[in-house]
Every structure is written in structure tokens, then in C-alpha cells.
Design a protein around this ligand. Structure first.
Ligand code: MIC
Ligand code: SF4
Length: 749
């Protein structure tokens, strides 16, 4: 496959160069080399043209694969059209330690794992068993390749940008299209260039680059854009460090991030047993990075350019509650005091798909080792979630696990665990205000342990380890000292560690199961009375009329991420059962009208009740509803459940100030109306008791505003204009009641 992709590169890039009449960024090269139609026939408008692409592969994780594959089952195919994999990583709870936790997960999720294993077997999908590792780490180690294009049903699919890919997070319905052999549509992105100069040193790590970028760009600054890193600083970073930076690009809303092919990638490919890929990439090197003219004059070729000097970069701590609240460690004392953040660090957690490379672990272990030798007993609890069995096996062989153990750490299974609320944290139910530090990527309220009063700060694994040792959020390892068990004052030396294992990677059983050659005989079972899995019933199509008499189900106030719309943690259990998981719909969102969560007015009886209950009542009574939201609504995850659940419960439209990209597409795919206020201030016009009428939905057309009439309780009316980004095909999805209904129709002939 890679050979075929590379053989097309020179010609396709030439065609694009001619049409655009300018030197090309790496992003443009990869995109133009993956056009569905073959060679380019026009130059696309950034941020305007909808373009069909042909991605090289698809990756899915267990929590989203269920819905993706339940949809794929309906596409009527024998096999997936492009190489695809499923990874079991989200459903494993971190409780006591890897072996016990993994066994418990196998027992608890047996039905789901069997479903995923047999459906993978049937349709020619590679299956990575529970314990094999976190999707993005496994993809980086095995499948990612420079210049490739992939999509994955997880927002952190972007991690593969570390190996020079354009890798994009999508909802399951998009993955289904590609697996079914159809084109994948994306609005041609804008381009953000980030020039890295200098070189990391001392306590600073690759994570700090993206923590800094998140501070600069905020959680929505990357929306609709691909971020391309370049410059001598970029070349000096390790491949997995680049992966970390790309991974957290999801947190600024970027479509994806990427780096040009260089020696760090070559080293990583060779070290992970893919010398052949490295050799092939070397042959077309010039096509796998941006043109020299672009990097020499970035302002001319990118829509926005930033520059960061790695030599001057400070370690950062981002949080709480949002990954873009960036504080350099030297300013933490002040900030914590100002904001009244508890400074005692209760737990430090390293690992996750963001930061679990050999280098991350080696550098953190160097600090753990110092703690041991300098007589420092860590003041906070400490845990590690390795990203893959290959990394775990290798770090155990190289003695790092022993070092962590002697510091009293817990090693959890190779899985998402605490990052996605799969963490049985003792005492979390008391809901006490407390502080934790982790090397993951997201820190939304309640995400890690379900406690809304846990303040989670994101940092590099090195800084996380140091703060766990110190037990203090304001400890600045660059300048501060600690007192050891003998009462002596000691200082931690900066971390150190190899980028890649000197003895190479090793693993006994990586946990991969290849699919059957001919899967036609494999049976995929979904029990009718299952509470975990449910076959999908088609959504109703649009009746052709204006939606009238609609009620506001909830007007969400402030941040409303996919974690607020469809919480993970305990609810991950129901990811394959739409009706059951719908019982968590919007329970984390704050109601603008009373400031409370999961308490909205039911206009059928005037009483306040839980959001899912109220919505089910409206559905039963045939009352259409609208969800109103603020900026960047649907930020965070790719989970299409956040779109399917409201759809399933009968919500008709989501009207917000702005959307996060994946969520907006997911809504469109599921036949929902995703609308934005033409005038943001109109958000304030929506009142709790309003009755809302669409006035011109019957003439729904691309690039044409729609209008809503708000009938207020006092009898006055406001008419507001709303925008949308639907193209003609997406309007067809809406009319058909969802994209899948169109596919169903075409199979039925
Ligand atoms: C996440 O980090 O929020 C998740 C869990 O990996 C999600 C996917 C999901 O909700 O299953 C993501 O980032 O897309
Ligand atoms: Fe898993 Fe967390 Fe990575 Fe999402 S961000 S894939 S939950 S480790």
C-alpha cells in the first residue's frame, strides 16, 4: 500500500504545483496526493472548498468502533475497502494494577470485545486485543508512515502527524464511508505554520511546545486548520515528541498537525522494525516535507505563522478545566494564589496516548531514580499507563518499571484508564476540591475521576513526576529545592533519557489478531436483550415542513464539550447501545437559566427534571426541541454519540455561537440541523419559555441563511438569522434523515 501511495506522489504533487502556481507546504502535498479523483484539476480554496479525499487507512478504538461498525454492517460490503484496525483500549478501568484490571475488563466487557473481534474477523479488519495498547501509540508503532493520510474514530488520531502523516479524527459515520469504499469529504483546511527555532534543554520537553501553542491559540484557534511545524527546532525533536505535539493539536481544535519527514522519523521507523518504509521514504524525501521556499518565507504561504524558540521555552502547566489555560512553571505560585487553586498535588499520572513513549518514560524514570537515591519519598500518589505492550515490555526489560515501583508507583494496564474517567479513584465520590497533575491531553471538569471538584493540570511527564515527588503544584524544579528524609536540602537534576531503546524494542505478544482471509462464514452476534449492544434502527427522514412550536431543551452556558454532552467513564459501557447511552444526554451541561446541571424545565408540566427524561417526554408528546449552546460547542472528542443521542431522543436542531469541527460534521451526518447564530448576541435573546418556529427551512440551501422566529412568553417576537455550512450533499443527508439512510437506499437499489 505504501509503495503504491509513494509511486503516485511525484506526479500528483507536480499536478498540484502547476495548478496552484506556487511552492507547496507539506500539508498541501499530502492532501493533493490523496484526492479521490486522482490528479488535481483545480486549486482548492482554503477554508472554502469541500474536497473528496481517499485516505490510506482507518483506525478505530473500542468505544467508538462499536457505533462505527454497527453502521458499517448496514453498508452491505463483504470486506473493508482500505486497511483498517480496531484497538481495545478505552474500556479498561484503572483500579489496582495492570494484570488484575485487565482481567476484570475482560470479564466485564466480554460481550463487546467478542462483538468487535468477530466483526473485525468478518470484514477483514485487524484487531488489537485489550492490553495491546492505546490506539494512537499502536498506530504510530505499526502503521503510520510519512506522507500518508488516515482517518480514525478518535480525536487524537492526529498523533500520527509525528510520523509526517495527515491523520484526522472523525466520527464513526465518516469512517464507515471510507471502509465502504466511498470518498471522504473535508473542507480544504487553512494552514497554520509554526516555526520552531533553537533546541529543547533542561526541564523542557516536547509537551511544553504544545502547551505553549494551546495558550497562544486557545481551544478553538486551530479550528478548520492544519498546523504544520518546521524549522531547525522541529528537526531536533524526537519522532515521538513530534507525536505528542500533534496529539494535543486536537486540544486547539486543529483538523490535524504534521511535521516534514526527517532523520528522527527515519530513526523511529528503523527502531520499530520498518526499515523498508524508511528506505522508501528516503527515495522521495523532497516530496515528504514542505518546499524550501515555503519554510524560508512562511508568511507568504501560510494563513497564520507563529514562531517559538525552544531554547527559551519554559515548562508549562495547563489547567484547570481547560487545556489552553497555560501557566509557565515560574508563574505558578502567583497564579495558584490568585485563583485559590489547592497547591497540594494529590496524584501525578503519566502515560496516555499523548505521552507514553520510550523517551517519556526513560526521562521520567531518571527523576524517579534520583528521588530514590536522594532520599526523597514522593508526596503524591503516582501512576503510569504505558501506551503499548511493546513500550511496556521494553521499559520493563530496561529496568524502568522497577525504578517506578521502588518509588511506590502503580503501573496500570496499557490503556486509556484515568485519562477517560476509567479510574476507580478512592474517595472521588466525596467530591472534595483537590489537585492532580497528569501528562494526558484533556482536563475538562469531571473527566478523570468523575469529581467535578478535581482540578487537573496537564504537564510533561517529567514535570508531572517532579511535582508528584514534591507534592506541590508550585514547585519549580529549575530553581526550588526539596528536603529529603534525612532533613537535607536536595535539588533534582534535569531529566535525561534515550530517545529510543539502545537495545531496540522488544515484545513477547503484541496482542494482534489478524482477520480471516475469507470472513463470509463468521457470524456477528448481537443479542436482542443486550444492554451493551443494539442494532441501529434508521432515523426518520425530514417531513418537508418547517419545524414549528419547538421548545428549548437546554440553553447550555459556557463550555459544553462532548464530555458534557455524552460523558465517558461509567457511560462507556453503553457505547454500543444507543438507547441506553442516550440516558446521559447533556447531563454535564450547565443550564443557562438556573446555573444547574441536568435540571431543565419541562414545558409539558412546568416542572424541572433531568435533561434526558424531559427530552424523552417531549419526544413522546411529539414536541420538537432545540439545544442552544455557546462557543466551540462539541469541543473535544470525536464520539458521534454526542450527535446521535440527541438525534435519537428527537432533538431537531443544535443552535450555537460556534462548533468544533468533528462535532459539526457528526451532527450533519446524523441528519441533525447544526446552526450558528448569524449574530452571536442573539444567544441572549433566547428565553427559557420561548416557542421557536423555523420560517424558511423549506428553502434550505447552501450558503443561504435560515431564520427562526422566537415567540417569547410575554407575546413579543424576535426573528433571528442563523448560518449553516451545509453543502448540497449534506442537505440531502438532512432530508434523508441521515447519511446512512442514503446508503441504505442505494443498497436497496
Ligand atoms: C477522548 O479522549 O475523549 C476519547 C475518549 O478518546 C474520545 C473518543 C471517545 O469518546 O470514544 C476522542 O478523543 O475522540
Ligand atoms: Fe485514550 Fe485519553 Fe488518548 Fe483519548 S486522549 S485515546 S482517552 S489515552
Amino acid at each position: 500500500m505504501i509503495k503504491a501511495v509513494y509511486s503516485r506522489f511525484p506526479e500528483r504533487i507536480e499536478a498540484a504545483r502547476k495548478l496552484t502556481g506556487k511552492p507547496l507546504t507539506l500539508t498541501e502535498k499530502i492532501l493533493y496526493a490523496h484526492l479521490w479523483q486522482g490528479n488535481a484539476s483545480e486549486a482548492y480554496g482554503r477554508g472554502t472548498s469541500y474536497v473528496d479525499f481517499a485516505p490510506d487507512r482507518v483506525a478505530m478504538q473500542d468505544a467508538t468502533a462499536q457505533m462505527a461498525l454497527l453502521q458499517f454492517m448496514q453498508a452491505g460490503r463483504k470486506k473493508v475497502a482500505v486497511p483498517s484496525t480496531v484497538h481495545c483500549d478505552h474500556l479498561i478501568q484503572a483500579r489496582v494494577g495492570s494484570n488484575t484490571d485487565l482481567q476484570e475488563a475482560l470479564n466485564k466487557n466480554n460481550e463487546v470485545f467478542n462483538f468487535l473481534s468477530s466483526i473485525s474477523d468478518k470484514y477483514g479488519i485487524g484487531f488489537w486485543k485489550p492490553g495491546a495498547g492505546i490506539i494512537h501509540q499502536v498506530v504510530l508503532e505499526n502503521y503510520a508512515f510519512p506522507g500518508g493520510m488516515m482517518i480514525g474514530t478518535d480525536s487524537h488520531t492526529v498523533n500520527a502527524g509525528g510520523l509526517g502523516m495527515v491523520a484526522i479524527g472523525v466520527g464513526g459515520a465518516d469512517a464507515m464511508d471510507v471502509m465502504a469504499g466511498m470518498a471522504w469529504e473535508l473542507k480544504f483546511p487553512k494552514l497554520i505554520g509554526i516555526k520552531l527555532t533553537g533546541k529543547l534543554n533542561g526541564w523542557t520537553s516536547a509537551k511544553d511546545v504544545i502547551l505553549k501553542v494551546a495558550g497562544l491559540l486557545t481551544v478553538k484557534g486551530g479550528t478548520g486548520a492544519i498546523v504544520e511545524y518546521f524549522g531547525e527546532g522541529a528537526i531536533s525533536l524526537s519522532c515521538t515528541g513530534k507525536g505528542t505535539i500533534c496529539n494535543m493539536g486536537a486540544e486547539i481544535g486543529a483538523t490535524t498537525s504534521t511535521f516534514g519527514y526527517d532523520e528522527s522519523m527515519e530513526r523511529y521507523l528503523r527502531s520499530t522494525g520498518r526499515s523498508e518504509v524508511a528506505d522508501m521514504a528516503n527515495n522521495i524525501k523532497a516530496h515528504l516535507t514542505g518546499d524550501d521556499e515555503v519554510y524560508a518565507n512562511p508568511e507568504k504561504y501560510f494563513d497564520q505563522v507563529f514562531e517559538i524558540n525552544l531554547s527559551e521555552l519554559e515548562p508549562h502547566l495547563n489547567g484547570p478545566f481547560t487545556p489552553d489555560l497555560a501557566t509557565p512553571i515560574s508563574k505558578m505560585k502567583e497564579e495558584a494564589a490568585k485563583n485559590n487553586w489547592p497547591t497540594k498535588v494529590e496524584v501525578g499520572l503519566i502515560g496516555s496516548c499523548t505521552n507514553s513513549s520510550y523517551e517519556d518514560i526513560a526521562r521520567s524514570a531518571s527523576l524517579a531514580k534520583q528521588a530514590n537515591s536522594k532520599g526523597l519519598k514522593p508526596k503524591a500518589e503516582f501512576s503510569i499507563t504505558p501506551g503499548s505492550e511493546q513500550v511496556r515490555f521494553t521499559i520493563e526489560r530496561d529496568g524502568f518499571i522497577d525504578i517506578f515501583n521502588s518509588m511506590g508507583a502503580t503501573v496500570y494496564a496499557n490503556a486509556c484508564g484515568p485519562c477517560i474517567g476509567m479510574w476507580a479513584r478512592v474517595g472521588a465520590e466525596k467530591k472534595e476540591k483537590n489537585t492532580i497533575v497528569h501528562s494526558f491531553n484533556r482536563n475538562f471538569q469531571s473527566r478523570n475521576d468523575g469529581n467535578p471538584n478535581t482540578l487537573a493540570f496537564v504537564a510533561s511527564p517529567e514535570l508531572t513526576t517532579a511535582l508528584a515527588i514534591a507534592g506541590d503544584l508550585t514547585f519549580n524544579p529549575l530553581t526550588d529545592t526539596l528536603v529529603n528524609d534525612k532533613g537535607e536540602t536536595v535539588k533534582l537534576d534535569p531529566p535525561s533519557g534515550d530517545e529510543l531503546p539502545l537495545k531496540g524494542f522488544d515484545v513477547k505478544d503484541a496482542g494482534y489478531q489478524a482477520p480471516a482471509e475469507d470472513g463470509s462464514g463468521v457470524e456477528v452476534k448481537v443479542a436482542l436483550d443486550s444492554e451493551r449492544l443494539q442494532l441501529l434502527a434508521p432515523f426518520a427522514d425530514w417531513d418537508g415542513n418547517n419545524i414549528t412550536g419547538a421548545r428549548v431543551l437546554i440553553k447550555a452556558k459556557g463550555k459544553c464539550t462532548t464530555d458534557h454532552i455524552s460523558m465517558a467513564g461509567p457511560w462507556l459501557r453503553y457505547r454500543g447501545h444507543l438507547d441506553n447511552i442516550a440516558n446521559n444526554t447533556l447531563i454535564g451541561a450547565t443550564n443557562f437559566f438556573n446555573g444547574e446541571q441536568n435540571k431543565v424545565k419541562n414545558h409539558l408540566n412546568g416542572e424541572y427534571d433531568e435533561v434526558p427524561k424531559v427530552q424523552r417526554a417531549y419526544k413522546a408528546a411529539g414536541v420538537p426541541t432545540i439545544v442552544v449552546g455557546d462557543q466551540n460547542y462539541g469541543e473535544g472528542s470525536s464520539r458521534e454519540h454526542a450527535a446521535m443521542q440527541p438525534r435519537h431522543l428527537g432533538v431537531k436542531a443544535i443552535l450555537v455561537k460556534s462548533f468544533a469541527r468533528i462535532h459539526e460534521t457528526n451532527l450533519k451526518k446524523q441528519g441533525m440541523l447544526a446552526l450558528t447564530f448569524a449574530n452571536e448576541a442573539d444567544y441572549d435573546k433566547i428565553e427559557e419559555n420561548d416557542v421557536i418556529n423555523f420560517t424558511d427551512l423549506t428553502s434550505f440551501a447552501p450558503e443561504k441563511q435560515l431564520h427562526l422566529e422566537l415567540v417569547h412568553a410575554n407575546g413579543t417576537k424576535d426573528v433571528i438569522a442563523v448560518n449553516h455550512t451545509y453543502n448540497a450533499q449534506q442537505i440531502d443527508w438532512f432530508k434523508a434523515g441521515g447519511a446512512l439512510n442514503l446508503i441504505r437506499k442505494s443498497i436497496a437499489g
